[in-house]
Design a protein around this ligand. Sequence first.
Ligand code: PA5
Length: 434
Amino acid sequence: MIKVDISNVWGDLSLPDLLAAEKEVFDAHLTLSEGNGKGSDFLGWYQLPVKEETDEIRRIRAAAERIRNNSDVFIVIGIGGSYLGPRAAIELLQGCNHNIGKGKGNPQVFFAGNTLSTRAWNELTRLLEGKDFSIAIISKSGTTTEPAIATRALRWLLERKYGTEGAKKRTYAITDPENGALRQMATEEGWESFVIPPDVGGRYSVLTAVGLLPMAVAGIDPMEVMQGAYEAKQAYDVRSFENPVWLYAATRNLLYRRGKAIELFESFEPSFKMMGGWWQQLFGESEGKDGKGIFPVSVEFTPDLHSLGQMIQQGERNIFETMIRFDPPAQTLTIGSDYKNLDGLNYLSGKTLDFVDEQAFQGTLAAHVDGNVPVITMDMGALNAKTMGEMFYFFELACGVSAYMLGVNPFDQPGVEFYKRNMFRLLGKPGYEA
Ligand code: PA5
């Protein structure tokens, strides 16, 4: 079970404050579990974790095996909730440089359709030269501009390389089971397709084919991820402050009410960076509405201690931190000794890198608490597929409970449409002239 420690927030909160919020958290959790709150027609994610392999997961495994055998490169097209989860998962378990040394049998996985940058597109086409590749198009609506443009262009490349029939066998769609442009394309073109259930919104979709197919292609077992999520679903149903989901959701809301409007989400693992991106979208899009919301910022330590550290230590006191850590890895570096000791590091010789990292964690925690920043710490346990599944479910549940405490609909994102309307008008899209 994930351990949430709030002993470093007591400068801003008291135990009576927390206990006074118990009924509020209880009501928020109940509203969510009974499906009678705002946006409750998008609660499908709540039931996604399964114990036994489903037909959909069997098909995902089979498709992944095919892609692994016939492709050097697998390109995942999607943006927002149709992109961040799978990228976060693969990077967390395999590192930011997971593509190095991979090819047919264990293909490289790249992401497209999450930007309008021509440079990024040129880079992608360069790396496809001479490579066998397959694509997965992920879009619930099927009309999102960035992935739609990438899809058109990548389909053209596929057809040129493999012919119409060959290209079809290398194209996979993940979308709504019935509606939308992508569903229609998949049906007309005869692509193998997977489902984003209609009651699962993008940012809550990582435990569907959206996350599971790219993970399986990268060699991550979907059922290990599911097992973690399933166990989390059972474990985090507890209705008391013994539930770490409650501790996290309540503490962040209470801190927000005391003027802590920014949450820094921090880890000392570079491979966690995209997980921070996934968390940032989950909480940002779910809570930032009706003039309310904690601004979520993902931060990587120790690098960001050399950029944001000053602001965190002595800037405006409107932030709190959530520090994530994992059990130490089995293998670590032991720092050697150097007889000249010009770098002055001999005091560390014989110590492990992990030991130094732990002291950095403790030192940072103590410094920030001294600087009057409340810090929530979370111990995730071992870093593996099961823990990751648990984390996905933990944060989705915490986000739902927290947004209900805030009084907003966690499952819509009306504000995202504003920039699109302007962009479509400027692009001359029919229907957006006014
Ligand atoms: O969380 C969300 O709902 C959004 O981030 C969507 O996932 C994102 O806008 C992409 O939408 P679609 O899957 O329809 O292309």
